[in-house]
Design a protein. Structure first.
Length: 134
């Protein structure tokens, strides 16, 4: 079962500019920044109350974030939901007819196992499942 919204992912062209904007907007710096080589992105996480915002910048052309920005511009990229058991949730969603982008969870940013649902099966919204790595 889905838990809370884990974070909202926002695609940005330039992390320095975006970090500056969100620092001014939220009144605090990011609590974590990291590069996720497997996804080809640089991430930066901000807290907004109990919620998290993840900024994502593509490292190179042709990766998911760079392609997204090229097609749609900067903006909301995905909504991530917390799950307790990502494998059972992936199995449940496949049985419900959802299309998974990856067949196995992979290591993502912020100490999470992740999996994405294809937006063609979710009315155009990219959904991410996140499970804390224990």
């Amino acid at each position: 079962m889905f838990g809370k919204i884990e974070h909202i992912g926002i695609a940005v062209r330039d992390m320095g500019t975006a970090n500056s904007l969100y620092e001014r907007l939220l009144g605090r710096p990011p609590y974590k920044q990291e590069t996720v080589e497997s996804e080809g992105v640089i991430t930066s996480f901000f807290l907004a109350g109990d919620n998290k915002i993840e900024l994502l910048q593509g490292i190179h052309e042709g990766n998911a974030i760079s392609s997204f920005i090229e097609k749609k511009g900067e903006g909301v990229h995905h909504i991530a939901f917390e799950v307790e058991d990502i494998l059972s949730e992936m199995d449940r969603l496949k049985k419900e007819g959802f299309v998974l982008i990856n067949d196995q969870p992979k290591k993502g940013a912020d100490n999470k196992l992740i999996c994405f649902l294809h937006p063609k099966s979710t009315h155009g919204v990219l959904i991410e499942l996140c499970q804390e790595i224990r």
